[in-house]
Design a binder for this molecule. Structure first.
Ligand SMILES: Cc1ncc(C[n+]2csc(CCOP(=O)(O)OP(=O)(O)O)c2C)c(N)n1
Length: 370
């Protein structure tokens, strides 16, 4: 990991570097709070899935620095595009955590999902890489309108094998858009290791083919992620074009709650990477700086936990939405005729059959189910 940009040391043989210009003590504490909020959400979501209270879940344990660090470097007017791995990033922009939990539960309440335009946060993207051209599109639109806004898309190293990635890189470099391609290289794409994903040694070197600057950072270091993103966003907004950031880390947890990594990798390897996780190292760093002590950190953790506990209550008391929710919010006005027809057909099937609450007793008889 020698060539990686890193700010935070380990308090022993790896030295700390100065806090980058632009970050004061208050920012450092706020960034820690963001990391803790993401972690609290993630841990609670896994527990909820295990209890059958949400359907499935893509965890990001250990990757919080790649999310909070880079987001903290952006302005509120910049667009962000998460994949399923950054599913809860919107909560750092004011999306209620209950809305994200409800999405994982299979419905978004009576108002549908969050307003992507209001939060400048794209929808959670499950198809690999399809949101990367969207980030280029919004930054290109901003450029055409003369707005100084950047767009950032997060994706994994597996996504760099997709056409969408290359098409987006090409458009961004040709049109010099303020796009930040933020690749979290966690070395695994479900069961495919990075060595089978690509013949290049790094993701960053792929930028060469697009005449685009690239930087490699320690993906466990929130301040390194912040610095790389801040430089990229500033340059992009000033007309300097896009940047590829490779945040090198390791997927410490499973790919998702339906995955068992013991089937395809040696879990002692994951165990070794655990000590790199960003919350512990950021808390120790802040303590070394004299910015936050143990009781201050504990207070932040307690508050974050409470926020998520409240969100779970809110999610579980959210009424089951009506069938219209499937069609609402797709068109601003004048939906096509087949929407009305589809809704009518759905109504004839019946809401009860279609939207069963999770954990509802299965009323189907054996004969009906066969
Ligand atoms: C277009 C498409 N192909 C395949 C899949 C199935 N799939 C889901 S996650 C995943 C691995 C992606 O790995 P990576 O891009 O490295 O991201 P990570 O999951 O590590 O964050 C695949 C192949 C998908 N969701 N979309």
């Amino acid at each position: 990991m020698g060539d990686l940009l890193r700010i935070i040391g380990n308090g022993k043989d790896v030295p700390d570097h100065p806090v980058p210009d632009g970050l004061g003590d208050k920012d450092l504490i706020e960034l820690y709070r963001w990391l803790v909020l993401l972690r609290s959400f993630d841990e609670r979501a896994v527990a909820l899935q295990r209890q059958g209270r949400i359907g499935t879940y893509a965890l990001y344990w250990g990757e919080e620095a790649t999310q909070a660090g880079s987001l903290y470097a952006l302005e509120e007017t910049d667009w962000i595009f998460p994949s399923y791995r950054q599913n809860s990033i919107g909560i750092l922009r004011g999306v209620p955590p209950s809305v994200i939990l409800a999405w994982w539960r299979g419905y978004g309440g009576n108002t549908g999902f969050y307003d992507t335009r209001h939060f400048r946060t794209g929808p959670i993207c499950v198809p690999i890489g399809t949101h990367i051209p969207h980030a280029v599109g919004t930054s290109w639109a901003a450029k055409l309108r003369g707005e100084r806004t950047a767009s950032l898309a997060w994706f994994g190293e597996g996504a760099t094998s997709e056409g969408d990635f290359h098409e987006a890189m090409n458009f961004a470099s040709v049109f010099k858009t303020a796009t930040i391609f933020f690749c979290t290289n966690n070395q695994w794409a479900i069961s495919t290791p990075v060595s089978q994903q690509m013949a290049t040694k790094t993701v960053a070197e792929k930028a060469l083919a697009y005449a685009m600057p690239a930087v490699r950072v320690d993906g466990f270091d929130p301040l390194a992620c912040w610095k790389a993103t801040k430089d990229a966003a500033d340059r992009g907004r000033a007309g300097g074009g896009p940047t590829l950031i490779e945040a090198f880390c390791y997927r410490i947890g499973a790919h998702g709650t339906a995955d068992d990594p013991r089937l395809y990798r040696d879990e002692s390897e994951a165990e070794k990477w655990k000590s790199h996780e960003p919350l512990g190292s950021m808390a120790s760093f802040l303590e070394r700086l004299g910015v936050l002590d143990a009781s201050g950190a504990e207070k932040i953790r307690h508050e974050a936990k409470q926020t998520i506990i409240d969100a779970v209550t809110e999610m579980e008391t959210t009424p089951t939405p009506g069938l219209e929710v499937i069609f609402d919010n797709v068109y601003a006005k004048n939906p096509p005729w087949m929407f009305a027809e589809g809704l009518e057909e759905l109504r004839s099937v019946g809401q009860r059959e279609l939207v069963k609450p999770l954990n509802a007793p299965d009323t189907q008889t054996e004969e009906e189910g066969a």
